[in-house]
Design a protein around this ligand. Structure first.
Ligand code: MLT
Length: 405
């Protein structure tokens, strides 16, 4: 049989798999319990309104009247309506029901959405970047060859302290630009004007922006855009991916959504085609969506009671992020992000490489971070810490880190 050569040519393992492997190998010898500030996995239990909805929907499924078979391809209308009313209407963004697609995760859709474009589409990402975007496009054969740590056809936009982690516009023509704000991994945000510059660029150059807003719940300043559609014209160039994972604790429950406005059009053989219609066609044949109880649980997260409960959970993570920033800055480290995001991006002191510092913290402090270089070459010299652990373990991790600097 002939296998996918692009998949076979993938370098190393997936970042978080490699971290898990190193932690697992070390754990039996660790002198005390390891504290995980690595992968951004939430730790608080599901909020009461959400568990109640899950239980109710599961019971409903066990009755003849309440049983649900295949969900609608794009998701149940009750959830899409709740998303429009709770997440977009307050921002002054109007959406129609069929512009929202329910999916099991933002990772799933940010990886799959490039299927909308031509097979040889040119892709641009920030560097550092959430590695799933790059890996998915590499496997699909869009990124060329991997040589000396770089993909030959991938356009990268370096983000570092000198440009305040605000990427430059791509210098060469690209078809697809990934933007994630609040940013994973740097925890930084874009102002309205900075995001508007990308939208203007995309309108001018006919580029699709894939805007990953998975961390929007962490924005505490109303002046910072929570949706790219707050920028006029974005509905003609941007797809937006959002998730219940980090806003409502759904990393294990799985529910997310993607917005594809009907105003968004591209060309196929010289004729204009709606991306929304193409995606609806693709979704109908590729997936059966998210289960009824989980969609009910997601809708419960958007109910008034649910919103209050998940906001309190998010606030606890924000408090952790602020505590991490304060402690590390207090120790004289250079620290970025962590104000409107659950990620803190710290410059590694003493010139150690990111993986060496990762190993140092694991072996000396029994704390897991994520090496910045795992997010791209521009992440070398940085380490990411997440704010998703408990307040107590976060405090303990900080004390341990400060003791081994
Ligand atoms: C991360 O740690 O970057 C995220 O949790 C990974 C993800 O959302 O898949």
């Amino acid at each position: 049989m002939r296998l996918n050569p692009h998949l076979a040519a993938m370098p190393g393992g997936y970042l978080f798999g490699e971290i898990a492997r190193r932690v697992q190998a070390y754990e039996p010898a660790a002198p005390r319990p390891i504290i995980r500030l690595g992968i951004g996995d939430v730790t608080q239990p599901l909020a009461p309104a959400i568990t109640q909805a899950l239980v109710d929907a599961a019971r409903e499924m066990g009755t003849p009247e309440g049983f649900h078979g295949y969900p609608p391809d794009q998701g149940y209308a009750f959830l899409r309506r709740a998303i429009i009313d709770a997440d977009y209407a307050p921002l002054g963004v109007g959406l129609e029901l069929d512009e929202v697609f329910i999916t099991d995760g933002a990772k799933t859709d940010t990886s799959a959405l490039p299927e909308l474009l031509a097979a040889d589409a040119r892709v641009a990402v920030t560097d550092p970047v959430y590695p799933a975007y790059v890996d998915a496009n590499a496997m699909a054969g869009r990124l060329g060859h991997y040589e000396k740590g770089a993909w030959s056809r991938l356009v990268t936009l370096p983000c570092h302290a000198d440009n305040a982690f605000v990427p430059e516009l791509p210098r060469e023509r690209v078809d697809l630009l990934y933007l994630c704000y609040p940013n994973n991994p740097t925890g930084t945000v874009l102002t309205q004007a900075q995001l508007a510059r990308f939208v203007a660029y995309a309108l001018e150059t006919d580029t699709l922006i894939l805007f990953d807003a998975a961390y929007k719940a962490y924005i505490t300043d109303p002046a910072i855009p929570r949706s790219i559609y707050q920028i006029p014209g974005a509905e003609r160039v941007a797809v937006e991916c959002c998730s219940f994972s980090k806003s409502a604790g759904f990393t294990g429950t799985r529910c997310a959504y993607t917005v594809i406005p009907k105003a968004l059009q591209g060309r196929v053989d010289g004729r204009m085609v709606s991306l929304n219609a193409l995606w609806a066609r693709r979704v109908a044949c590729r997936q059966n969506g998210v289960s009824y109880p989980v969609q009910r649980a997601a809708a419960a997260a958007l109910s008034p009671a649910g919103q209050a409960q998940v906001a309190a959970q998010v606030q606890a993570y924000i408090d952790n992020a602020h505590a991490i920033v304060a402690a590390l800055q207090g120790a004289g480290l250079e620290v970025f992000g962590g104000i409107h995001a659950p990620y803190v991006w710290l410059r590694i002191p003493g010139g150690q490489s990111a993986w060496d510092f990762f190993d140092h913290l694991l072996h000396r402090a029994q704390v897991v971070g994520t090496p910045g270089s795992g997010f791209g070459p521009a992440g070398e010299g940085y380490l990411r810490l997440t704010a998703f652990n408990t307040a107590e373990r976060t405090r303990e991790a900080l004390a341990r880190i400060l003791a081994v600097l």
